[in-house]
Ligand binder design. Structure first.
Ligand SMILES: CC(C)(COP(=O)([O-])OP(=O)([O-])OC[C@H]1O[C@@H](n2cnc3c(N)ncnc32)[C@H](O)[C@@H]1OP(=O)([O-])[O-])[C@@H](O)C(=O)NCCC(=O)NCCSC(=O)C[C@@](C)(O)CC(=O)[O-]
Length: 258
């Protein structure tokens, strides 16, 4: 497996067993560079969601993850932490942002280089996202925060700008709007990369691109459609759908003129 420069290949690790399996894989494959140099550990802001997702409570999940993070760091792996359901929980409803702060701080304290705040059910609004980040920033430096929005109610791009206004500079997204957590009833995919890039185009924010520092939105749209079609679905990216429709109209107009 050839790793592309500048691309990270994090592995989701829910507990010690998962880390053990990863270490076994790293030892057996003995690839240089190894298949990954980063793990993602995850918990949530409510016991109800952590019960569904990890079959335990938040407190117990943090107790389990602390030695996992330590062992991964000792082996030279980076550790990224996720807090799910930072805005609303599909099982227990509204979320106390103080709890989000406590969980994010616990993950930071165990050595996570970044904490991704996941609006897993996508119920976030710019107002709520602002309040939640203001609360978390009281205990975790904003440079260590990322946001992870699902676009279930169509507010994810607006929420991205609310997070940017709070100083967050790492935005999780997925091409074609893929993703979604199987343990979160009704959750849809992540905010589409194409939608975030389109919205950022004329903004004051510079997107840290790849290669020569720019991002080829058209190429991103093509990839979004390609991977969606491989999965037997349409791209749910609004910008991706519009850009493809414009292209098809232009091609039809050209053909009509011939
Ligand atoms: C964590 C468990 C396994 C606990 O599940 P459990 O049933 O409590 O585990 P257990 O410790 O009782 O073990 C039961 C069996 O599972 C095995 N087992 C135990 N651990 C592992 C492991 N890591 N890998 C492979 N096997 C494992 C273990 O060895 C045992 O096997 P048996 O002895 O019966 O043959 C389960 O709850 C689980 O798999 N949870 C993960 C679910 C998941 O992948 N969720 C999606 C992650 S993404 C996400 O959460 C959202 C996020 C982060 O992206 C952001 C957002 O919010 O949007």
């Amino acid at each position: 497996m050839k790793r592309l420069p500048g691309v990270r290949y994090p592995v989701l690790v829910p507990n010690h067993k998962g880390l053990e399996n990863l270490f076994k894989l790293l030892d057996e494959t003995n690839l240089q560079p190894p298949v990954t140099d980063e793990i993602s550990i995850f918990t949530a802001a409510t016991d109800a969601f952590t019960r569904a997702n990890l079959n335990t409570t938040v407190a117990e999940s943090l107790a389990r993850l602390e030695p996992v993070a330590r062992a991964a760091l000792d082996r030279g792996l980076r550790v990224r932490g996720y807090v799910s359901v930072v805005i609303a929980c599909p099982y227990s409803g509204a979320v106390d942002f103080k709890r989000v702060r406590e969980v994010a701080k616990a993950l930071a304290d165990m050595g996570c280089y970044e904490i991704s705040l996941g609006d897993t059910v996508g119920k976030g609004t710019p107002e709520k996202v602002t309040k939640m980040i203001e609360e978390v920033k009281k205990s975790v430096p904003v440079e260590k925060l990322a946001v992870h929005f699902h676009d279930t109610y169509g507010t994810a791009v607006a929420n991205v700008f609310a997070a940017l206004a709070q100083g967050v500079r790492t935005i999780d997204s997925s091409v074609g709007g893929l993703g979604g957590c199987p343990y979160s009833p009704g959750a849809t995919g992540n905010v589409a990369t194409e939608d975030v890039l389109y919205a950022l185009k004329d903004s004051k924010y510079h997107v840290a691109g790849t290669h020569n520092g720019t991002i080829d939105l058209d190429a991103m749209v093509n990839i979004g459609w390609w991977i969606s079609e491989q999965l037997g679905r349409e791209s749910v990216s609004r910008a991706g759908r519009a850009i493809r429709a414009n292209k098809e109209r232009e091609e039809n107009d050209k053909r009509a003129k011939l």
